[in-house]
Design a protein around this ligand. Structure first.
Ligand SMILES: [Zn+2]
Length: 278
């Protein structure tokens, strides 16, 4: 892309990110602790940089371009290797006091349950993240040819093909996963009373409609009638990578805010665009 046309660069980093300092405080996938990512990137990228995590990025993508457009209250459920919920409340992105709201993947689903990457036991992610789904599959069919022990993507792909082909082990594994997922999403429905719940990220995209149907049934069994009646549950309609789209949107938002700043309003924009001159 021609440099003069670039307004900024958005970066999505898994885990806990401090937007003000640009420090990736904790990324369990990569065992990152307090990595000064913004400073490291600034040495190589001569554009305003905007850091946040995939939960926020995918929520903004749905809000601007996807299923949450025009919705004031939405929950974007990210189903990948990691699991979490991007929260749109009262018309805006909900970050919490230290930008870590939405860590639904590490809320407890089963007391004293499976060990999770975060060190806790029984987290939602340990049952509905890609690794959790592999464990569900292994429990149902320990010798199933669908299992690729070292390869999450290959296993989820095989599971999706197995469902289409009517493989009974695949069908049970998706049913079991949807039971956990439905109970967890019913919690979100009861807590936030959203207009829409969007299933996003690669596991949701790969398992698609068969997973969605089972999840809808399971949520219906667990959620309270009033919030349930107001909620739609859909798959993300964004055909590309919604996290990349959302990260780019952060850059666009930052550029728009920077225009506001030139007009005298000092908003809390993060990144090099607002760094004091040195
Ligand atoms: Zn956890």
């Amino acid at each position: 892309v021609e440099g003069a046309r670039v307004l900024g660069v958005g970066v999505s980093v898994p885990g806990q990110v401090d937007r003000a300092t640009g420090i990736a405080e904790y990324a369990p996938n990569w065992d990152w602790h307090d990595v000064p990512l913004l400073d490291l990137l600034t040495e190589h990228i001569a554009y305003p940089l905007y850091l946040d995590n995939p939960l926020r990025a995918s929520a903004v993508a749905e809000l601007w371009f996807g299923a949450a457009r025009g919705r004031g209250n939405a929950v974007i459920v990210n189903l990948g290797t990691g699991v979490g919920a991007g929260l749109v409340l009262g018309g805006g992105l909900h970050r919490g006091v230290s930008n870590s709201a939405g860590e639904w993947g590490h809320t407890t689903m089963v007391l004293d349950g499976r060990l999770c990457r975060c060190g806790n036991h029984g987290c939602v992610e340990a049952y509905v993240g890609a690794r959790g789904i592999m464990l569900n599959l292994r429990e149902i069919g320990p010798d199933s040819a669908l299992l690729h022990p070292e390869d999450q993507t290959a296993t989820i792909d095989a599971l999706a093909r197995g469902v289409v082909a009517g493989d009974p082990v695949a069908l049970r594994a998706v049913h079991e996963t949807a039971r956990y997922l439905g109970a967890g999403i019913a919690d979100l429905v009861n807590l936030f009373n959203p207009e829409i719940v969007v299933l996003s990220s690669w596991v949701a995209r790969t398992l698609g409609e068969p997973l969605l149907r089972e999840v809808r049934d399971a949520v219906t069994r667990h959620a309270l009638p009033r919030p349930l009646a107001a909620t739609q549950i859909v798959l993300s309609p964004i055909p590309t990578d919604s996290v990349c789209l959302g990260a780019a949107t952060f850059a666009l938002e930052g550029a728009l805010q920077a225009v506001g700043q030139k007009n005298g309003t000092r908003a809390a924009v993060r990144g090099r665009a607002t760094a004091p001159p040195s």
